[in-house]
Design a protein around this ligand. Structure first.
Ligand code: GLU
Length: 292
């Protein structure tokens, strides 16, 4: 099977240091495997998408020497695929409409917390809406042993999550009529034939949901590798929300060497002299660091 990897930024602002680390890790892994590297713009979260940010990210990647091997795809142009997957799940009876408001869910979680029981969505609407209007659509997760999803992460090691007790039935179609990230990402990774997913560890917690959804849709599961997220001095993930600054794009080599160092790659002074020298050294260092 030939390797196909991807970088899937959400265009919520310019590329920042944290997303550069994810881009670089996925690029290095694809190059180390002599594979194909794709870019997918995840622009279906209307309220969070910033006009112009996607092009800005693509331009920055290019300036940094990372150009996709196929034209980038845009999730906003792929709505029909998400609809098809949704219809399939609906026909198999795996999803159901949910009428709970955020407040109702929050209240039930507070009650559950007080009882020291599950913090997952309690499945209130599984048996019907009880007269409430439908808001979101949720995927039914199994009970008992079947709810446990285990996978081997290329960086973080073996991961296990119990979908029933830790997550609960999760949303595929949001109350604001948008496709949820979990559905779009699984449909796209399958449609694009992605074999290896390399991304930030903030998405580690979503992976069991994605693997379960792959099973429901009868598509193969890629292999996963989650690199450590970049945090600020307070330990918060570096992102636009936490005030991360955009990269200094006039000095790609400085930022790239910093990103490689964050990934635990030891770079020589020569790697700061040209993009070619940087990538040659970084690919070798990545291959030695990540054996799979
Ligand atoms: N679009 C997601 C993000 O920027 C990443 C999705 C993924 O790599 O699966 O956080």
């Amino acid at each position: 099977m030939s390797y196909r990897g991807r970088f899937a930024p959400s265009p919520t602002g310019p590329l920042h240091f944290g997303s550069l680390v994810s881009a670089l890790a996925s690029w290095l892994d694809a190059r180390a495997h002599r594979g194909t590297w794709l870019v997918r713009i995840e622009d279906i979260d209307g309220p969070r998408t910033v006009p112009g940010a996607a092009q800005d990210i693509l331009d920055t990647l290019e300036r940094f020497g990372m150009v996709a091997d196929e034209p980038p795809v845009w999730q906003s142009q792929r709505m029909a695929l998400y609809q098809q997957a949704f219809e399939r799940l609906r026909a198999s009876g795996l999803i159901y409409p949910c009428g709970c408001t955020r407040k109702e869910i929050a209240d039930s979680l507070v009650r559950a917390h007080a009882r020291h029981t599950t913090l997952a969505y309690p499945g209130t609407c599984r048996g019907g809406l009880n007269g409430k209007p439908a808001r979101a659509w949720r995927l039914r997760v199994p009970d008992g042993e079947d709810a446990i999803v285990t996978f081997d992460d290329g960086w973080q090691g073996t991961q296990t999550q119990n979908l029933a007790t830790e997550v609960g039935d999760f949303v595929l179609r949001r109350a604001d009529d948008q496709w949820a990230y979990q559905l779009a990402v699984v449909v796209d990774d399958a449609d694009q034939g992605i074999t290896h997913i390399v991304r930030g560890a903030d998405l580690l917690d979503s992976t069991a949901r994605q693997i379960y959804l792959q099973r429901c849709l009868e598509v193969p599961s890629p292999s996963y590798l989650h690199v450590p997220v970049v945090t600020n001095a307070d330990g918060d993930k570096l992102s636009k929300q936490t005030g991360a600054l955009a990269l200094n794009t006039t000095q790609p080599l400085v930022a790239l060497n910093d990103a490689a160092t964050h990934l635990g790659l030891r770079m020589s002074d020569a790697a700061a002299t040209s993009l070619d020298a940087f990538y040659a050294e970084a690919i070798t260092a990545w291959s030695a660091r990540v054996k799979r």
